[in-house]
Design a binder for this molecule. Structure first.
Ligand code: SF4
Ligand code: FES
Length: 249
């Protein structure tokens, strides 16, 4: 198939960017979107031009690095897929495809399609962990019985890969779906309960500090999330945040 690509080119942070047009011929429908971008970059390098910077690591839908806004949708037109798992057969022969970076003040562009998502790391550092006392005998992981329903919900929340599509999709640049998934995955399990009050307050405070907007329940994040994280996590986090604030000293 033949396609026309319009790709965001930006030399560095705080620089003006613009769309750059490239024609691609003989694109196989079996290529992943990133493989197609590799071919584009290969062509650019052979022509003595600068390749486009974009993030990727696992190319298996696990690491959450591949962040591209394709034809106005985070991770493109597929549902429950990351950009690396999107295939060119999702597009039509002769189609024009627009490729942009995540757009959010809290995710500044580093170069071209690559953005700085370290705000997510700082939110995790503020409370997205469980403290473990490792002195003495280690308790067997199976020694604490966990109801199946709780375990399933915690695992569903834990599938969040921290890609940031929820932020890029939200009109408010809200990170609530990401933060709620991380809060839920820990607070649903007995191992995470002792620190749950402080955790939710610290993580929400850090989220606000990073400049993410608030949730107004449009549900766009849930639709574009490649891991199908449910917005019920946001309701759970709001309840936890409220009760933690009311009961904390
Ligand atoms: S909630 Fe979904 S869209 Fe948001 S960071 Fe996690 S996996 Fe990505
Ligand atoms: S490259 Fe790892 S999720 Fe796409």
């Amino acid at each position: 198939m033949n396609i026309t690509l319009k790709v965001w080119r930006q030399k560095g942070p705080n620089q003006l960017g613009a769309m750059e047009t490239h024609k691609m011929t003989e694109v196989s429908g079996d290529m992943s979107f990133l493989e197609m971008m590799d071919v584009l970059n290969d062509n650019l390098i052979r022509g003595g031009k600068e390749p486009f910077a974009f993030d990727h690591d696992c190319r298996e839908g696990i690491c959450g690095s591949c962040s591209m806004f394709i034809n106005g949708e985070a991770h493109g037109p597929g549902r429950n897929v990351t950009t690396c798992q999107l295939h060119m057969r999702s597009f039509k022969d002769g189609e024009t495809i627009h490729v942009e970076p995540w757009r959010s003040a809290a995710f500044p562009v580093i170069k071209d399609l690559s953005v700085d998502r370290s705000a997510f790391d700082r939110i995790i550092q503020s409370g997205g962990y469980v403290s473990v006392n490792t002195s003495g005998a280690t308790i067997d992981a199976n020694a604490i019985p966990i109801p199946k329903h709780d375990a399933d919900e915690a695992f569903d929340s834990a599938t969040c890969i921290g890609c940031g599509a929820c932020v890029a999709t939200c009109k408010n640049s809200s990170a609530m779906l990401f933060v709620a998934a991380k809060v839920s995955q820990l607070s649903l399990l007995p191992q995470g309960k002792p620190e749950s009050k402080e955790r939710v307050i610290r993580m929400v405070d850090q989220m606000d500090l990073e400049g993410f907007g608030n949730c107004t329940n449009t549900g766009a994040c849930e639709v574009e999330c490649p891991k199908g994280i449910s917005i019920t996590n946001i309701a759970r986090m709001n309840r936890e945040f409220l009760s933690s604030n009311l009961t904390s000293k």
